[in-house]
Design a binder for this molecule. Structure first.
Ligand code: KG4
Length: 347
């Protein structure tokens, strides 16, 4: 079954062709250079760029997969969470395609894509991983920091979430305070490699609470106060140490909550997804935790699958289609949703 999927929730215009769990093509056009000077995503520009690029991206996805529209069996699209005016571009194109081809339209929550990205396979069908429920999913990106108990293909229970900023957003804001460009996560990762994580004494958010929630706005403020106590020369010459300290506080809070979640649920399979998981330091800390606790750990097979991409949307869409979750005729009932919570369009 060939699924053509579209993802335009934020600043990546992406289209992919997937065959069951295999990603055949996955074209991602990133708008990063356009938003850089604003220190974050500028919604109107994001919308314009999606509109400008979506046609080319779709054509490339078809060409790279060596298929035409006649070979497409279903169309999938991200309906949220994300920027409303950006999501609308993907939805409009997906609806038009599904209607013109007279094929099913599969609505996918962006988080479902990140959750199932660890089960994506390359063209040859590797890696061959069984999906055994229930499993725990850790999704950390610019918009979310969620611990999700996945009971089955449509049964999601969010057991931990951020109360304010997402972890990626906190890294981006810290980078901005330090005069770095957007997105800050990868820059902080690079600088932190040679830094001392104990240089700044920063609080580990919500570490004494027994629940599984996250919070990063207090940590961001703590960094702001530390920086106010330093002069510019001190900041610049200690940048790697500052980055290492901030990154360490963010990641330690993730590890602590993840450890609690594994203990409280007794779940023995963990999957991870989302842009922040592109970070090698975070992944190696998670792998160590899993090894110590006898937990099977799955991550996406390629670096490209951590950030926003339509390939992961196609994988989640395949499972939804198999469970009968799609629209056939009345496509108007599908609309974009800025903040869905994994309970919409699950059957
Ligand atoms: O999943 P994603 O591409 O988009 C959203 O759905 O939000 O995640 C983007 C976030 C940004 O906050 C970015 O700074 C962060 O992921 N990020 C990283 C790394 N690469 C991207 N954070 C830490 N280390 C990285 N290597």
């Amino acid at each position: 079954m060939n699924i053509l999927s579209i993802e335009t929730s934020c600043d990546e215009t992406s289209a992919a062709i997937t065959k069951e769990r295999r990603i055949i093509s996955n074209v991602v056009y990133s708008q990063i250079d356009i938003h850089k000077e604003y220190g974050g995503i500028y919604p109107i520009l994001a919308k314009r760029e999606h509109q400008r690029k979506i046609g080319t991206v779709l054509n490339k996805a078809l060409a790279y997969a060596h298929v035409t529209l006649d070979d497409i069996d279903a169309v999938a699209v991200t309906f949220g969470p994300g920027l409303v005016i950006a999501l609308e571009v993907g939805l409009r194109n997906a609806k038009e395609l599904a209607a013109n081809l007279n094929k099913p339209l599969i609505p996918v929550d962006h988080s479902e894509g990140h959750i199932f990205s660890a089960f994506a396979q390359n063209r040859k069908g590797n890696p061959k991983r069984e999906i055994n429920f229930p499993f725990l999913a850790l999704v950390v990106s610019g918009g979310q920091t969620n611990l999700v108990l996945v009971h089955d293909y449509a049964g999601y229970e969010i057991i931990g979430r951020t109360l304010d900023d997402a972890a990626g957003e906190a890294l981006d804001k810290a980078a901005k305070m330090l005069g770095m460009s957007y997105p800050g996560g990868p820059i902080i990762e690079t600088l932190a490699k040679t830094g001392n994580p104990k240089y700044l004494d920063l609080p580990i958010p919500l570490q004494n609470r027994n629940d599984l929630d996250f919070s990063y706005s207090g940590l961001k403020t703590a960094l702001k106060y530390k920086l106010q106590e330093m002069n510019q020369h001190e900041i610049v010459s200690n940048l790697p140490h500052i980055c290492a300290s901030f990154q360490n506080a963010v990641f330690t809070s993730i590890i602590l909550k993840l450890k609690k979640a594994l203990q409280q649920t007794g779940i023995k399979t963990l999957v991870v997804g989302g842009g922040v998981l592109a970070n090698k330091t975070l992944r190696s800390r998670i792998r160590r935790l899993c090894r110590k606790n006898g937990v099977t750990y799955y991550q996406p097979y390629a670096q490209k699958l951590y950030g926003d991409n339509a390939g992961m949307i196609g994988i989640a869409a395949y499972f939804k289609y198999k469970n009968g979750i799609y629209l056939q005729n009345d496509l108007s009932s599908l609309d974009r949703v800025a903040r869905p919570d994994l309970t919409m369009w699950v059957g």
